[in-house]
Design a protein around this ligand. Structure first.
Ligand SMILES: [Zn+2]
Ligand SMILES: [Zn+2]
Length: 310
């Protein structure tokens, strides 16, 4: 199955429609089936595949370079790297850091962080999420709906876990009902939580040798991309996730122009969360963006330069 990586290209050069959608401008020149996916999740955050299962799925999907970018944790790396050891696939260590900008959620991808530097602040954050989950449970108990959290084995507890516990306990018919009645942003059991600001996040990633990249900018709801991007660049942002399933062709083109204007790295990935589980649809699939491995070299070079200066 892996022979295809070094033999004849499978990608046909005469299927232009696929390439006129603005999503994969490099693919037209590609002469290899080697593909890169720089944005994936595992069961260590909110994915449904274990790190080993994700690596196997990536190999089957023709990916030869795979970044593991779980939310706020590096926990999947070791298993993924071990699972990849005997196969022609390179694991790129990364994460997706949750931050806030203009009061709204803003995700930063970080590639090649030095784990020993990044783990302590992530542990602090994890402790904060545990404190927040306990505060929500205390509120629910006060409201007459006591529940216990399942053992999450180090995974950061979030509202979806508490919603599932409410369903399990028979207090709600569905997780949606749990959010509508208690857990939503303006509902009685909601508790704010501690997050990095985007600027703090960029600084933290750089201090830890990680290349900071704005993930899926057009999903951000706190301001115009054109306004926010220069502010993030001024703070030290080094790249933009140009290729993402949520971006339209025109958004992808605009991000490409902005990257050229500001001298930023271009990244992309499927934001794959695994096959659907619990009835949740996951429309994204691995290698969806069909990106060439040539995206990686500039990111690697940037990481080396950061490591030297950090
Ligand atoms: Zn995200
Ligand atoms: Zn993601």
């Amino acid at each position: 199955m892996f022979d295809c990586i070094v033999t004849q290209p499978v990608i046909k050069q005469n299927t232009p429609k696929r390439y006129t959608d603005g999503k994969s401008p490099f693919l037209r020149q590609s002469t290899s089936t080697a593909m890169i996916d720089l944005h994936c999740h595992t069961t260590c955050s909110d994915g449904t595949l274990t790190p080993t299962e994700l690596v196997n799925a990536a190999i089957a999907a023709g990916i030869t370079k795979l970044a593991i970018t779980d939310h706020d944790t590096l926990a999947a790396w070791n298993e993924a790297i071990a699972a990849a050891a005997d196969f022609p696939i390179e694991i790129i260590p990364g994460l997706e850091l949750s931050t806030v900008y203009n009061g709204r959620s803003l995700h930063l991808l970080g590639f090649y962080p030095q784990a020993e530097k990044l783990l302590p602040p992530l542990q602090d954050r994890l402790a904060g999420r545990h404190r927040r989950a306990q505060a929500i449970l205390d509120k629910l108990a006060d409201l007459g709906y006591p529940v216990a959290l399942p053992n999450l084995n180090g995974i950061a507890p979030g509202r979806p876990h508490i919603a599932a516990a409410l369903v399990m306990a028979g207090h709600a018919q569905s997780t949606k009902e749990a959010f509508d009645r208690w857990l939503g942003d303006d509902k009685p059991a909601y508790v704010e939580y501690e997050k990095f600001s985007a600027i703090e996040g960029i600084n933290l990633l750089r201090q830890c040798g990680a290349v900071p990249v704005w993930a899926h900018p057009y999903l951000f709801r706190g301001g115009d991309v054109e306004t926010v991007l220069p502010e993030l660049v001024a703070a030290g942002l080094m790249g933009v996730e140009v290729y993402h399933p949520s971006h339209s062709p025109s958004e992808t083109r605009r991000l490409t122009e902005l990257c050229q204007h500001y001298g930023l790295l271009l990244t992309g990935g499927s934001d794959y969360h695994g096959p659907s589980a619990n009835g949740r649809d996951t429309a994204n699939h691995l290698n969806q963006m069909q990106l060439p491995v040539s995206l990686l070299e500039p990111i690697k070079r940037a990481a080396v330069e950061l490591a030297v200066s950090s």
